[in-house]
Design a protein around this ligand. Sequence first.
Ligand code: ZN
Length: 196
Amino acid sequence: MFLEPRLNKTTHKKGWIEVICGSMFSGKTEELIRRINRAKIANLKVEIYKPAIDTRYHESEVVSHNSNSVSSIPVSSSLNILLMHQDADVIGIDEAQFFDKEITFVCEELAAKGIRVIVAGLDMDYLGKPFGPMPSLMAIAEYVTKVNAICMECGDLATHSFRKTTNENQVMLGEKDTYEARCRHCFNIGMNNKKG
Ligand code: ZN
C-alpha cells in the first residue's frame, strides 16, 4: 500500500507527482479518495479536478463505483486547473486519460509550486493501447501505483478493460453493462471473438 513520503506541512514545501493507474473496476478512484481523505485528516487543503467529459454520475463530484465520493471541479481543459487552483496543498486529478496532452505540463507546474499532485486514470483503452496522456504522466511521476481488478472471466488479476459492444470510439463512457475487467489472456480471447 502506498504511504505518503510526507503529510505534514513543512517550512520548505516541496511538491511531487503520484500516478494511480489501472483498468476499469481496479479501484483507482477509491485509492485517489483514500489518499485525499488522509491528506484532509492531516489538515491539508485539497482540491480535485476531473475532465468535464466524465459526467456519468454527478456534475461536481468525483464518485467511485462504491459511491464513496469527494466533491470535485469539472474542467474542459487541463490548463484551467492552473488558472483555477487556489491555495491547495494537494491536488487530485481523476479520469486523467481524458485530458489533453498539456496535463503533463500542468502537473509539473503544480509540483514546482510545492503542490502534491495525485493523478488517477486508465492506463489502457478498450483496445489495450496506452490511453491519452497517461504514459507521459507515468514517466514524469515520482510514484506510480498500478492497481489491478479481478478478471470477470477467470478470476485472475485483471489489467485490461474489455468492451462488450462493437462501438469503436476510444471514449465510450459506461459501466458494468459496457465493460468487463479481464486478464490479458481472456482479453485476447474476447478481441479475437469480436473479429470473428
Ligand atoms: Zn482471465
